[in-house]
Design a protein around this ligand. Sequence first.
Ligand SMILES: NC(=O)c1ccc[n+]([C@@H]2O[C@H](COP(=O)([O-])OP(=O)(O)OC[C@H]3O[C@@H](n4cnc5c(N)ncnc54)[C@H](OP(=O)(O)O)[C@@H]3O)[C@@H](O)[C@H]2O)c1
Length: 352
Amino acid sequence: MLKAAIVGASGYTGAELIRLLLAHPKVEITALYARRAAGSSIGEVFPQLAPQLSMTIEAFDPDHVAANAEVAFCALPHGQSARAVAALYERGLKVVDLSADYRLRSAASYAEWYGSEKEPEHPHPELIGEAAYGLPELHRGSIRVAKITASPGCYPTSAILALSPLVRAGLISTEGIVVDAKSGVTGAGRSPGQATHFPEAGEGVRAYKVGGLHRHTAEIEQELGAIAGNELKVTFTPHLLPMSRGILCCAYARPSRDDVDTAALRKAMNDAYGDEPFVRVMPEGKLPDTAHVRGSNRAQVTALRDRRSGQVIAISAIDNLVKGASGQAIQALNLMQGWDETLGLMGGAIFP
Ligand SMILES: NC(=O)c1ccc[n+]([C@@H]2O[C@H](COP(=O)([O-])OP(=O)(O)OC[C@H]3O[C@@H](n4cnc5c(N)ncnc54)[C@H](OP(=O)(O)O)[C@@H]3O)[C@@H](O)[C@H]2O)c1
């Protein structure tokens, strides 16, 4: 059994990592770390996990991790993960980082989107080139040989899965792409805040960080631009929905030619995902639904052409905490270990 540590074990993605790894046939959880929750048992922090795991959460210390584990998942807030990942990498561990710290391929881009007054630059730019972007459907080869995998953001996972086959097949114009995505509240993590407080989030739907302000824009543009072979800009509008989990992404683009029809769009989706274990192209006439992927590592996708306006519409549904975070991180670990990519991840959705 491979010994795995989870750093950031008391958060939402940490809880999902534990839940999924407990069912993994080749991984044993050997250590858990957090900050405020250090000293508590996992059963105190997550009562639902108590019957399966009795373990005390420790304060993060890279030497302690190295003494107890061969791989580590870092599920820390962005900015805090970069140093933890570097310390673990230095000690010879393989790391899957769920934060944004190693997702952007250039230090300048990181500084633009994530730099702060206190820390304007990436603290470990020398490691950016070491990290694979952990979307297996696009980067399986580089993940297999990586020592660090930067697991994608939840919104980027949904947008890139919906749009990348169409960009690759040259079916849509790379100018004027609109990504309109809706997320459940767990996307904001476990720490309470006014925007995610039940009375404020429970009875309304709102857009936020509109107009090029959401940091995931950079990741979407990076990955789609790399496929297109040119820089591109997307209009990304995220929304907060009164549900715990799930992302529904509706993306809009102009077709690259007049003769691009729904059949061509569906062929591009099927060519891209026909052999993918976790991405299902919906049958014609059926649409992705977050309720049908909830709790699973599965994604549903479709694409069609609006019969009146001629616009191309690409849609995806994922669970932000599983395919958008912890499940995808385990999928990457499976690849990094040379294992069957689906190990521990074939559980179905929880419905209703
Ligand atoms: N939520 C999602 O849907 C999602 C999807 C994809 C990626 N991500 C990314 O994954 C990461 C984790 O997200 P999350 O939603 O699980 O966040 P979260 O619920 O806020 O959990 C954050 C975790 O980090 C721990 N932590 C914070 N600072 C620490 C430190 N200095 N040392 C040790 N532990 C520390 C926290 O421990 P204490 O609270 O006990 O201090 C907690 O366990 C973030 O970078 C996020 O952007 C999240």
